[in-house]
Design a protein around this ligand. Structure first.
Ligand code: 3H9
Length: 679
């Protein structure tokens, strides 16, 4: 049997090397190999120091998540790491790539840490609904202090090697191309000195002297932590590191870890971890499909959407030619892009030079001919089939053969758009979400004739520009908006039947969405698409527009807003809705929040089931990926389909029937067979 761990002697230094692709996850064989490596070093008098490093693209990226929930096989990571730390021969972690989670804990159990400049170090367990479980919450604060440890443990965001050195987590930054040699030299320089152990550090006392750091952290990050269990447990564990002796702190960490591991949130977030990676794979497109090189991108339309789309590519260093019909619109659009970048720079998330570099890659134009040499052109014009067809017809005549033509349409038929060209195989939908430079989701819409290489290239490109992609078939609204329309239908219906519109919003807020549909309407502007005739009122939205309630921008929409944009329900709107409902002949009644929740969410599950049945989504988890990244579905419930699995499909069917709502055969069948969507 081949083992993922081997050792090599370099004079009096034993180098323990892990080779467990793709990310050196700390599975059982790796843990056993590490423990054996340390035993080898300790039992050999000729060895005076140890280096631990990894082959491949990264240092240990954490525990092997696929082992979670299965019967544990020893040695456990805490056992292996205690053995390592107990060594009186100095042990040095040589870090490249990402030292994450259990990988960071390996490094913490070593007596010293050296890293290449490009390395990143972090404890992302909270992103899996967990906290570190191999003493990371206890060793880290003792090494770097509670204040520096808190953000690492409770937000899960990794830090650079440079930052890690600044807080005392890394002892030395070494050469990018000489990690092993530099780590060996460093280890040799420590021979004969007493070994420093993180578990014996005293930096954790900062949190005891100044306990306000915990409340400050909670206050600063409260909004991001809303609804999540793990960050609070993370704070508790770091606090315990200051208050309890090491062994008791470790016990506390283990209790918290075990509780989270057994809870629904962590199951949901682990589901999401694998869902995001699965979404990137297209079942019938071979993984080795040759890709089309994308060196230059064209964007049609410099409005909010086009500008946002273009920024994704500029930020990734890909030149963009952006086209508008009129100079004024072009100037306005590129001006907004520059301003967005400058604001990012003001917030310290970009340097002024980077703004210059990104904008330097942008070529504004009024002439289609300038798009001729683009490898990919994305159209982001008005949602109208005739307009889109005309644009694609023009593009087909101008842009070089072999280039991809994509539409950013949010619901139109891609096959019909593709038919306006002589190259339907090169046409697909790339549906970005607004604001397109911020929102993570990219729905990749696969037309009937879209070629494999066009799809594979789009998935790869999505990753390059930092998006999470999911493939949808051609159907109105694709995956996301198709399901959204079912929720919106119920939201509108509920307020006609007497539900308070703020209750509808609050139900979604309490579920974990960032906002409800009426708040969303106010934010986006109720007057979008309004015909501007106050005498013509056929919907509640038109009634609100008729009295100048356009949303947040006019200080009133569904809600009244104060200067800080806090919302208060409006009596005027309540009356408008009641009058409208009376005119339409709807009887009003009190509607409970339970009914509201069921009627908003269960029809979405039913629609998701139909999407699966029609094979518009490849797998249920792709739907979860779409809703979590594009619509703010709370990740700690795992997405709509995983959530339905956790509450039981029979519950969903019974709820739909109770409210007289349609149930698809697919959903009914799965529920009757006691199945789940996610297997
Ligand atoms: C932990 O450590 C708990 C401890 O505190 C306590 C223990 C007692 N396990 O992301 P990629 C797979 S919790 C198993 O596409 P990239 C992944 O599924 C863990 N598998 O690559 C994919 O498989 P496939 C804390 C893993 O270059 C393949 O590797 N650590 C694991 O874009 C490539 O992954 C984390 O949460 C794993 N830990 O990004 C870090 N990690 O090819 C999780 C990856 O079949 N990992 N795989 O689809 C990451 O964040 C990214 O994978 C990383 C590389 C940044 C490392």
């Amino acid at each position: 049997m081949t083992t993922p761990i081997r050792t090599e002697r370099h004079d009096n230094v034993l180098v323990i090397i892990s080779d467990n692709p793709p990310v050196n996850a700390l599975g059982q064989a790796v843990r056993a190999g590490l423990a054996a490596g340390i035993e080898e070093a300790l039992s050999d008098d000729g060895i005076e120091a140890v280096v631990i490093r990894c082959d491949g693209r990264t240092f240990f990226a954490g525990a092997d998540i696929t082992e979670f929930g299965k019967a544990p096989k020893g040695p456990s990571l805490p056992e292996a790491l205690d053995k390592l730390e107990a060594s009186d021969k100095p042990v040095v972690a040589a870090i490249h790539g990402t030292a994450l989670g259990g990988g960071c804990e390996v490094a913490l159990a070593c007596h010293y840490r050296v890293a290449v400049p490009s390395a990143k170090i972090g404890l992302p367990e909270v992103k899996l609904g967990l906290i570190p479980g191999a003493a990371g919450t206890q060793r880290l604060p003792r090494l770097v202090g509670a204040e520096a440890a808190l953000p690492l443990v409770a937000t899960g965001d990794p830090i650079s090697a440079k930052k890690a050195q600044a807080i005392g987590l890394v002892d030395k930054i070494v050469g990018e191309d000489s990690l092993e040699a530099d780590a060996i030299a460093f280890a040799k320089s420590k021979i004969g000195q007493p070994v420093p152990r993180a578990s014996e550090g005293t930096a954790n006392q900062d949190g005891v002297k100044n306990p306000a750091i915990f409340d400050d952290f909670r206050q600063k990050n409260g909004r991001k932590m809303r609804g999540f269990d793990a960050p609070n447990a993370a704070i508790e564990a770091v606090k315990a590191a200051g208050e309890l002796p090491y062994a008791e702190g470790v016990k506390k960490e283990r209790e918290l870890f075990a509780r989270l591991m057994g809870g629904t949130q962590s199951k949901a977030m682990r589901h999401y971890f694998f869902a995001e990676r699965a979404a990137n794979k297209i079942d019938d497109v071979p993984a080795d499909t040759p890709l089309i090189p994308i060196k230059k991108v064209g964007v049609i339309g410099a409005g909010t959407m086009g500008g946002g789309i273009a920024m994704n590519f500029l930020s990734a260093g890909i030149p963009v030619t952006i086209l508008e019909m009129k100079q004024e619109a072009l100037d306005r659009g590129t001006g907004v892009m520059r301003k967005n970048y400058e604001n990012t720079a003001k917030r310290g998330r970009m340097t002024v030079e980077q703004v210059g570099t990104a904008m330097g890659l942008l070529t504004p134009t009024l002439d289609y001919a300038d798009l001729a040499d683009c490898d990919l052109v994305i159209e982001a014009v008005y949602e109208n089939m005739d307009v889109k067809k005309e644009v694609f017809g023009t593009l087909d005549g101008v842009v070089k053969q072999g280039a991809i033509l994509a539409s950013n349409t949010s619901y139109l038929n891609i096959d019909e758009i593709a038919a306006a060209t002589q190259r339907p195989g090169y046409v697909l939908g790339l549906h970005f979400f607004s604001p397109a430079n911020v929102m993570k989701l990219l729905e990749v819409v696969r037309g009937a004739k879209t070629r494999d290489d066009v799809l594979a290239t789009s998935m790869k490109l999505a990753k390059k520009i930092g998006k999470v992609a999911a493939v949808s078939g051609v159907c109105p609204g694709f995956i996301g908006n198709r399901m959204l329309s079912k929720r919106q239908e119920q939201a509108n219906q509920l307020i006609m039947e007497g539900a308070n519109y703020w209750d509808v919003d609050d139900v979604l807020l309490e579920f974990g969405f960032p906002m409800g549909p009426f708040q969303m309407g106010d934010l986006a502007g109720i007057d979008i698409g309004w015909h501007r005739d106050p005498s013509k009122v056929t919907t509640v939205r038109e009634a609100l527009c008729a009295v100048g309630r356009f949303g947040q921008k006019t200080g009133k929409g569904f809600y009244d807003y104060d200067e800080a944009r806090n919302r208060t329900p409006s009596d005027e709107v309540k009356t408008i809705i009641a009058d409208f409902a009376a005119k339409e002949g709807h009887a009003q009644r009190d509607i409970s929040k339970d009914e509201i929740r069921e009627r908003l969410l269960y029809p979405m599950i039913n629609e998701g089931a139909k999407i699966l049945d029609e094979k518009m989504a490849q797998r249920a988890s792709d739907i979860d990926v779409v809703w979590i990244n594009g619509y703010g579905w709370p990740i700690y419930t795992g997405g709509p389909m995983f959530w339905a699995d956790t509450i039981g499909l029979d519950t969903v069917v019974a709820g739909l029937e109770k409210h007289g709502l349609p149930v698809s055969d697919y959903l009914r069948g799965k529920a009757a067979r006691g199945e789940t969507f996610n297997g």
